[in-house]
Structure formats: C-alpha cells, structure tokens
Design a protein around this ligand. Sequence first.
Ligand code: ADP
Ligand code: ZN
Length: 743
Amino acid sequence: MRLVSVAVPVPFLDALSYNVPDSHPGIPPLGARVRVPVGKRTLVGCVVGHDAVLDAGTVVRDLAAVLDEQPYLPPAIIELCGWVADYYVAGLGDVIAAAMPPGSRREDASKTRRLVTLTAHGAETARLPTETRTPKLTPRQREALDILASAPPGLHSAALRDRGVTADIIRRLATRGLVAIHEERDERDPFERAGMAVSRDGDRRLTAEQESALERLAGLTTPARFSVALLHGVTGSGKTEIYLRLAERVCAEGRGVLLMVPEIALTPSVSALFRSAFGGRVAIQHSALSNGERHDQWQRIRRGEVDLVIGTRSAVFAPLPNPGLIIVDEEHDSSYKQEDSPRYHGRDVAIVRARSAGALVVLGSATPSMESYQNAATGKYTLVTLERRVLDRPLAAVSLVNMRDEYAEEGPDVVISRPLAGAIEQRLDRGEQVLVLLNRRGYATAVFCRQCGDTFDCPNCTVSLTVHRARGGWRARCHYCNYSLDVPKACRKCAAPYLEKAGFGTEKVEHQVRERFPRARVGRVDRDSVRRKGALTSLLSRFAAGDIDILVGTQMIAKGHDFPRVTLVGVISADVGLGLADFRSAERTFQLLTQVAGRAGRGQQTGEAIVQTLYPGHYSIQLACRQDYPAFFERELAYRRGMRYPPMVALINVVVRGRTFENAMETATDIVRRLEPVAGHASFLVLGPAPAPLGRLRGEHRVQFFLKGTRRADMRHALKDVLAGMPEVRRRVTVDVDPLSVL
Ligand code: ADP
Ligand code: ZN
C-alpha cells in the first residue's frame, strides 16, 4: 500500500490516511490537493504527510483523484498549519482550509482566459488562396483562420466565440498545428477599484529618531537569523515610513516582505503608500476582496511574482516564497485574533513563521499589548522606541470631563458636555475637523416599560436588545444573533404607552450632534453605517476631502487614520469597556483612548482631546490622558501579577455548549473531573466550571472553565488527551488558547 495523510475540511478532524491506488503513477507530493471519500461524501483535501502509519486491521480507502502533480500549498505553509493546529487545539483540516485561498477546493478556480494566435504554419495556410488550402479544412475552420489572420496579436476565446468560432473548432485547429492557445490569467487589480492613490514623497528626510530606529531594525535583518523587534512609537511618530524603508532594503536583498494590518479598509493610506513604492510587485490579501480577486493574488504570490504582501490576519499564511521581514502593524489590535476555529492570533503565528524562515518580525504600536511589551521588557524582543511625533508636533493635550458634574448641572440626558460642545463650536468656526468616539453602536442600549418594568431581551442570548432607528420607527436587535423586532407603541405585557429607551449609542450621538450643530456636515462610521460595500471607503474619503466636519463613530475611527485637519477628538463615554467582566478591560480602554487621542493634531495645527467619563480616577483613563504607556504597563502588570492573569501565566478558556444548562454543566464537569488528576501532576490549575458571562448565545447554554499555568504545552496536551477520549462531545466544546475575550 502507498499511504498518504490528507487534511480534509471537516471541523476537529485530524489528517486521515488514504491509499494511492495503483492506477495513479506516482505518490502525490506534500501540499497537493486530492479528492478523497469522507463518510458518504467526497471532499477536496490536501496531502500533509507521506508517513502515515496504520493500526493493524484498519481499513483505508483509496484516493478518488489527484488534482495537482505539483504542491499547491508550499511545505513551509503546511508546517505552519501543523503548528497552528497543535498550539490552538484545532483540527488540521480547519487550519489548512484557513490557509487556502477561497475557491481552491474547486478544481480550477483560477480564472484563465485563452488567447488564440495563428502559428507560422497557420499564417501561411491562411495566406494561400482558398482553393489551394488543405482540402480537409471545413468552411468554419477556414473562416476561423481568416478571422485570426486579420488580428495578428491574437484573439481571446470569448471574442472568437462572439464571432461564431467555438472552442471545438479552435481545438481542432490546434491539433493540426495551425493555431496556438495561450492560457492567460485574468488578473483583476483590487487596488484600482478602491480608487486610492498616494504619491510618495520620495526624498522626505527621516527625522533623527526615525533614522536611528531604522538602522537598529536594519541591523536585525541578517538572513537566516530570526528575531523579533517591538517598535513602540507614539501616535504620529512616523512608523509607516520606517516600515517602508525597511521593506525596501529587505526586498533589495531578494527576500520577501509580509505587511500585516488589522483591517485594510481602515488603513487605506498604508496600503496606498506601499503600493506606490512597490508598484506591481505588491499583492493584497483580505476578506473584502471577492473570492476571485483573492485567488488571483494568492496565485501571483505563489508564483513568486510579488515582493510584498499586504494583508489582514489570514495573510500570515500567504505562500510568499522567501520571507525576510514580517511587519505586524498595530500589533495590539484584537482583529488579529480569529474568533472561530482555528482560533489563532495572526501576530503570534507570524512570529512562528518568521522563526522557521529565519526572518525579522517587527511589531509596531503606540500601545503595545501587555504580552509584547513584557517580552520586550524581559529582553526576548528588541525594544525600539520613538518618543516624539515627526517634525516635533506635540501630542494632543487631553482633558477629562467628569460626567457626574455635568449630570448634576444639566440633567441626566446630556450626551455632549459643555466643554466638548464649546470646543466643537470653535473648530467649526475655524473650519477644522472633529472626531467623536463612542464605542457602542445603536441608538439606545435597552427599552423597558415604565409602568410594569417589562424589558426587551433576546430570546436566544442573555443580552438586552439594542434599539436602532428604522424606517418609520424603532427596531430592537440582538447584536449577537441578529434576532430583531419592531418596538411597539405600547407595552407588550401591560399595554401602557410608557416604553422608554435607556442608554445611548452612536446613532443617538449622531442625532444630537446634528441637532446641536445644524451648520455642521456630520457622518457616522460604525458597523451598521458601513454595511453596504464601499460605504466605509466613501465615508472616510469624504472626511479626508473635507466634505464632512464631524465624524461620529465607534473604535473604527480610532484606528491608524491620518487626517491632518482633525484638531479635536471627543470621547463620549470613555468607560464603556470598563464594566465588562474581562481582565483585559483596562488594557482595552487605555489602548482605545490613547489611539483616538492620537488622531488629533497630526497636521500643522495642534490637537486636543476631551474625554467624558464617570470614572475620572480610573488608572486606565488617567494614564491614557497623560499618554504614558510605560506607567500604564507597570500598573497593569502589577494587577495581572496579583490576579495571576496573562502575561504572567498562560490561559486556556474552554466553553461547553448545550441545549440545556444542565446538559452543558454536566459535560463541563465531566471534562474537568478528567483533567484534574493530570493538572495536579503537571502543576496547572483548572478553574470552574461556571456559567459563562454570556450564559446563553444563539439559543445554546454556555458553561466555561479555565486552565491556568505557566507551561502551556502541558495544559494543551492534557486537554487534547481528555477531549480525544470524548469524541461525542467534541462538537459542543470550544477551546480558546490565549483568549482575548472571555465572555
Ligand atoms: P504613526 O503610524 O507612527 O502614527 P505615521 O507613519 O502615520 O505615524 O506618520 C504620521 C505623519 O507624519 C504622516 O502624515 C506621515 O506622512 C508624516 N511623516 C512621517 N515621517 C515623516 C518625516 N520624516 N518628515 C515629515 N513627515 C513625516
Ligand atoms: Zn441574540
């Protein structure tokens, strides 16, 4: 028997063994796609091993077909997928599926066009008078030759078809050596559509600080030597320019560069800048592209036609042949973490990839994650710091407004405080721009009856429904499962007409901003307003062009944007995230406030930020106002140390789902009982089980427990062993290694 292991896209499944039938001449190489039977279905999988071993008596099935004679996924990527599957306790098939471009499981997904030209023999034949041509040509074949003779550069098969020349006619002419068929890949350019162009200020001089940071990083790019550097630069310190120059140097040495960004649409200037510097040698990989576009780009990368890949999380699997540098911009951003299986962190996978490629990883941020800064503090990473903004522009001055005082003076319905309103007026007078942040979408956070207290909760999830403005009234919607209903005029229980909306989100802020500043042109950016394709790009470019004065939005407006005319940032409720039962809430609050304050004063005029809060004394808010990252890090680390939370220990979160609470609890208790003896032995803790903060989600009950310890490998192996012995519950168990969110 000739055995291969094949990863198939079925959740939680490890690679399966198959026999290569004698009818197939060779063994398909690692990385080749094959069609295999799985249960009653036939699926396209990927060969991941040649060393499959079988227990005696196991029946192996034959491969149904081999789709590639050459590797489709390069060996380095298969190895990386293996690491991801092991580390994140995921099925290899799931990971391989995440690493493949969409459409790759169809047999020929690349959009090829056929260009048909006359061969020399064909051209000669076409020149002969009709009567003397080879007698065997049919009238249609003769006609096809004449058409091609009148179009010397050749014609695409589609154009020929339009003129009545079928694929069959072409094939017959080709077998006679009269025409040649060239497969041409139809490359759609994803940049064109976005319509972004940036001309690069090529001979801009780096500041002294940028220069020395660049030299230190360049010193770490020795081929075949892995290292990680953390580039901690305050907002507006010119990190992008450093990335660009470093990338140019690495490419000049013939090695590839991977630039990872949290979300392409939110950082269009970064991609546009790299695009203008690298021209056609850039490929882009992100989920907003159509499948065909992504596939084309992926193929270009694999064929080695690209020096630089820009992409989001999944670009970490891009088949770039010889990476010498991986840049993870805004490394702290939570969108690098995939929140369904495989639950990998793009930054961490990037580091593993660089380790086996012998490349440099540059993690860039103004607000590094606790994990990365701790690694820099202990010397595992090289720390490179930029303390000043370029051209000595000052950081925005940040002031706090205690909303308790505002409520006392102005009543409980105030959304925009007096100091913020005054500052906005001033900006409007001066023709400058304003960002207003509230990290909560919708109009109101809840509706309830003032008479009987009835609330509108989601029937499937333990959350109250968020109220949105809808055509002709109000709609209450669950932000988790999307359940929604029209808000009635009267209470559903007691029929009293006293339904009240409580709390507020971006829609209400937008509404109030419009009412209070009627002369202002106002826009809103949040997940609801940008649902339509192209809406986000359009809003951001209108803001950049000065057609919007005040942009209201969620954290989407806090990310890497560079809008030089913004001189004021208002933060409506700085403490939105602090109430969550999540040990990272202070870190997230600090990051968000520092980042959004960093959007002000990036041009000629200095910037100001006004932060409204109910907790002006909270250290995350105080230290964000001072934009003092090191002080925040020390303070937060002390808390994490005291509570034994990451980065001081490793954490694995396990959520068990069930139709009933008892069902979920029983399974979780069973798993924990089997883990405990191992845990005592391997010195990690098992905490729980207990109901998850989100006790019900999409109709399922959720119970969770944690593994906590310093040796992650022990924890993972114990969990894997226990779960392997309980295959019947595996589908109801979600394992999250290094969780970012524990709700
Ligand atoms: P960061 O990513 O660190 O927040 P950016 O890279 O966006 O900062 O740079 C901030 C602004 O400064 C951008 O408009 C950029 O074009 C500009 N800039 C960067 N380097 C220089 C320089 N050496 N001289 C002048 N302007 C610069
Ligand atoms: Zn719901």
